[in-house]
Structure formats: C-alpha cells, structure tokens
Write a protein that binds this ligand. Structure first.
Ligand code: ATP
Ligand code: MG
Length: 244
C-alpha cells in the first residue's frame, strides 16, 4: 500500500482551507502530520476516508484513485466515536463484522495491554476521556486495513499513559507492517514515532516542509533525552515558527 496526496485543494464556502497539498505515505511507513489548529488536517483525513470531496487534486492508493471511496483505511477520528449502547469489548470488535481476522482473543489481549482489562464489559459513558480514547484507538488498530489514520489519538492521555501507548503503538506497527498517518500537535511525539513528518502552514494550508527522521528502530523512550533528539526538536520548532 502506498498513498499519494496529489495537489489537493479544499475550500468551505469562501474560506480556502487546503491549497495544493501533496505528500506521500510509503508502504509500511509512519508519517506524522503537524499543523496549526484549523489547518485542515482532519479534513484531509475525511478525504482519504472518502467522506469529504476535495475541490482539486487526487488521492491515490496503490496506483488507483480513491476519491469519494470508503473502506480503504482504518480510522480513529478526533472526536470520540464509540457506540454508547455497546460495551468496550463490543465496540472494539466492530471490525469483526467486516473481517474474521478480528478475533475476540486478540481484542481482549490488546485491551489488557492498554490497561482496560477491568472495563471490558463497561459502557463508554462509564469511562474517562482517556479510556475512551484508548478503546477507540484499539478499535482502529484491530481493523485489518493497510493504512491506519489516527487523528490525535493520544491527546487526552496523561504523560505516563501516553509514553506507554506510543511504545505499544510502535511495537504493534513493527509487527503488522501497516502504514500509519498520524496527526499530532506534539513535536516530541511526532519525532519519536515517525519516519517522516509533514508540516502544514497556517491556513490556507500548504505543505511547509517534509522532513525525514533518521533515528534507528526499534526506538526506546530514552531516545527523547538525547542531544541528537533535542537537535531535531529545535529544527522542527524552527520550521513551524518560520514565516515562509
Ligand atoms: N463541514 C465544514 N463546513 C465548514 N467549514 C469546515 C467544515 N469542516 C471543517 N471546516 C473548517 O475547515 C478548517 C479546517 O478544519 P479541520 O478540522 O480540518 O482542522 P484541523 O487541522 O484538524 O484542526 P485541529 O488541529 O484543531 O483539529 C477549519 O477552519 C474549519 O472550521
Ligand atoms: Mg483536527
């Protein structure tokens, strides 16, 4: 699976949101998308998911246009989208209705790792925001698509849980060879996880820069304390703040 975002443009009424946005996600690649609030990141996910039409450009997966076509990616939306009438386990097993690869055992095992063992049979209303975020994340992970799009999956988590979940995401991703497109506002998180970071500008958003991240894998959280890491963090911060 490779994904090509090709010269995509989108306006809502007379507001230009995305302008000539192009970048690629290679097979098995981990790509983060960073950009100011309102720069059109979630809108872009909506386009990849086939629920929003771009005004210009194309979205190509493995050499075929997927414009307005659904079902080519597994998606964790920014807003909590759990079904309130389903328990935690029933929510994460949603993918089972699409594919038999999603097994109950695997779901339970993942819920356990994510610290949700005791709430498997609880309903979303009984969970904290961070717990709901983890359930929704596991549901996306369990969907057997080659592209996983995660819209700020860890934003509601405390620093401890966040680092655990990042580590776990990397381990899971290394095993399953999926490509990941990951939206975050957290520069350290993007650096720690990614092969590549795409930086969007203020609206109308263009791609400011695409940077390749050279850290070897597997990665350990101790990486975040190194001088090399700090050097990269400075570089990304400067790029985000630069005017052009
Ligand atoms: N359906 C819509 N109708 C009108 N305007 C919209 C619609 N969806 C998004 N927008 C506008 O498009 C812009 C981009 O929104 P989007 O949610 O994609 O931003 P974002 O980069 O994901 O921001 P955040 O980091 O805050 O999540 C915003 O100005 C938003 O108000
Ligand atoms: Mg968003």
């Amino acid at each position: 699976m490779s994904l090509v975002i090709k010269k995509v443009g989108k306006s809502f009424e007379d507001k230009i949101v995305l302008k000539d946005v192009s970048f690629e996600v290679g097979k098995g690649e981990f790509v983060s998308l960073i950009g100011p609030s309102g720069s059109g990141k979630s809108t872009l996910f909506g386009m990849i998911g086939g629920i929003i039409s771009p005004d210009e450009g194309d979205i190509i997966m493995s050499n075929q246009s997927i414009l307005n076509k659904r079902g080519h990616m597994s998606y964790m939306p920014q807003q909590d989208s759990l079904f309130p009438w389903r328990t935690v386990l029933e929510n994460v097993l949603l993918g089972q209705e699409i594919s038999s690869e999603v097994t109950k055992d695997k779901a339970i095992q993942m819920l356990q790792i994510a610290g949700l063992k005791d709430v498997i049979n609880a309903y979303p209303a009984e969970l904290s925001g961070g717990m709901r975020q983890r359930v929704s994340f596991i549901r996306a992970l369990l969907c057997p698509q080659n592209l996983l799009c995660l819209d700020e999956p860890f934003s509601a988590l405390d620093e401890f849980t966040r680092i655990d979940m990042q580590q776990w995401l990397l381990e899971t991703w290394e095993k399953y060879e999926q490509s990941i497109l990951f939206i975050t506002h957290n520069i350290e998180e993007a650096l720690f996880l990614s092969d590549k970071i795409v930086i969007l500008s203020h609206s109308p958003a263009v791609v400011k820069e695409v940077i390749e991240i050279p850290f070897a894998r597997p990665r350990d959280p101790a990486l975040m304390l190194t001088d090399e890491f700090l050097k990269w963090k400075r570089k990304v911060m400067n790029l985000i703040q630069s005017k052009n």
